[in-house]
Write a protein that binds this ligand. Structure first.
Ligand code: RNT
Ligand code: ZN
Length: 425
């Protein structure tokens, strides 16, 4: 890699001195950041297309990738090659997160008949790299996923088909955990909803509850799998009503009262004035854990690449200040097809980890103390002061230490890969 543009070590020493004045231990912050896993979503690499053997691979369910940047991965091999390229520039512990439609079999396998061995190439990849493997049922992009719904469908044949899919996925999750040695986090998201507000809003929700109950009951022997239940405010084509609303999903998780069933909060899934950062303490009052889908919503659930913006930082500040970072499963979920897809991963996941570091490099105990004493003036002074603290110098040092590229060093490498590999696809 090209030489650093400045003396990174010197910058780190200076920053260390700055933070020490506030009693902040830079090295322990680096250690925490490095050891906190981020689950890297595979679907940024191919616009959520998947690797099922079928004609129509169009994306449905009210989510969309926009853009047509050349070089998208065409199969599992290419996708893993691209993930490996991105991982060269992403520091810290990573898990790989795949969807059921990233199956690799010789023929089309129906979603309710998928088996662990259909994912062995992903398992081998994870094991070779010492990483955990997370999973997601794919309740969308399928002829039986229509505006009639999936797990909430009134047609019993369709509903039970998707229940069987959920069951198969939990068994596959257990297999992943066994093979990799890391627990498998599964996220359940259904696109079910209505363009208009339904006359009967309750029945679909009762059926969704019944479906989740059936999935968990049928697989209650499954071990080392954690299940996130993801809510959403609306999707394209289902603007008025979402069966798995926030209240529904939170209600389901709390009522289930099982360690492995937790809420998934995707920060693209709320009204613009609602923030995930502000919801976390409410969730943790009643639940021991949470699954995060870190994304960036522009006006809607647009799934832009994660930015180092206020809400991203606020989410990690909340987790650090509550002492819940190690109780949180952090996963990324965005899909931008308008830029180099490897750069999208690198920018978004680096930003996620950078926000984590920025949150750890704050006088959190001091600010809590000031708040307790009612010194709200000093609290604001500290908060504002640390927005411009030199955490980037610590970040650069961390990237150098882990050999993941300081600053924009990764960019020319990714451009080279685009020229040598992506442009030839
Ligand atoms: C959709 C949800 C869901 C998906 C992935 C592909 O709005 O965020 O998590 O993005 O499962
Ligand atoms: Zn999501």
């Amino acid at each position: 890699m090209v030489k650093p543009m400045y003396d990174v070590k010197k910058g780190y020493e200076l920053a260390k001195e700055f933070y020490a004045r506030y009693g902040i231990d830079v090295d322990s912050a680096i250690k925490t950041v490095d050891e906190t896993p981020i689950s890297m979503h595979c679907w940024q690499g191919d616009d959520v297309g998947g690797t099922e053997i079928k004609e129509d691979k169009s994306l449905t369910g009210g989510i969309q990738t926009t853009g047509n940047y050349p070089g998208k991965a065409q199969n599992g091999e290419q996708l893993r090659q691209d993930i490996s390229e991105a991982l060269k520039y992403i520091p810290g512990k990573i898990k790989i997160n795949i969807h059921a439609n990233y199956i690799e079999a010789d023929t089309y396998i129906e979603r309710d008949s998928i088996k662990p061995e259909h994912y062995d190439k992903w398992v081998d990849f994870a094991v070779e790299n010492g990483m955990g493997l997370d999973f997601n049922p794919t309740y969308f992009a399928h002829p039986l996923s229509t505006d009639k719904g999936t797990l909430s469908c009134a047609d019993e044949n369709i509903r039970s088909f998707w229940v069987r899919h959920g069951i198969a996925c939990r068994r596959i999750g257990e297999y992943f955990a066994k093979k990799t040695g890391f627990p498998c986090v599964i996220n359940h998201w259904t696109p079910d909803g209505d363009k208009e507000f339904p006359v009967d809003a309750l029945s679909p929700r009762m059926r969704l509850k019944k479906s989740y109950d059936e999935i968990f009951e049928a697989t209650k022997d499954v071990e080392n799998v954690i299940d996130g239940i993801e809510s959403k405010v609306f999707g394209i084509g289902a603007e008025s009503y979402t069966v798995g609303s926030h209240e529904f999903c939170m209600g389901y998780v709390m009522k289930a009262n099982k360690d492995h069933i937790i809420a998934t909060l995707d920060n693209g899934h709320y009204h613009p004035t609602e923030t995930v950062s502000n919801k976390l303490s409410g969730i943790f009052t009643f639940s021991d854990s949470v699954l995060l889908h870190v994304t960036r919503a522009i006006r809607w659930d647009s799934d832009h690449v994660v930015g180092l913006e206020d809400e991203t930082k606020a989410i990690f500040e909340e987790l650090v200040r509550m002492g819940k970072l190690d109780k949180t499963y952090v996963a990324t979920d965005f899909f931008d097809a308008s830029i180099n897809r490897i750069a999208a991963w690198v920018i978004g996941i680096r930003n996620t980890r950078k926000a984590m570091l920025a949150a750890l490099l704050q006088p959190n105990d001091k600010m809590k103390q000031l708040e307790l004493e009612g010194d709200v003036t000093a609290r604001l002074a500290y908060k504002e002061e640390f927005k411009a603290a030199p955490f980037a110098l610590v970040w650069d040092y961390y990237c150098e230490q882990t050999n993941k590229g300081v600053g924009l060093q990764w960019l020319s490498e990714v451009q080279k890969y685009e020229k040598e590999v992506l442009s030839k696809r």
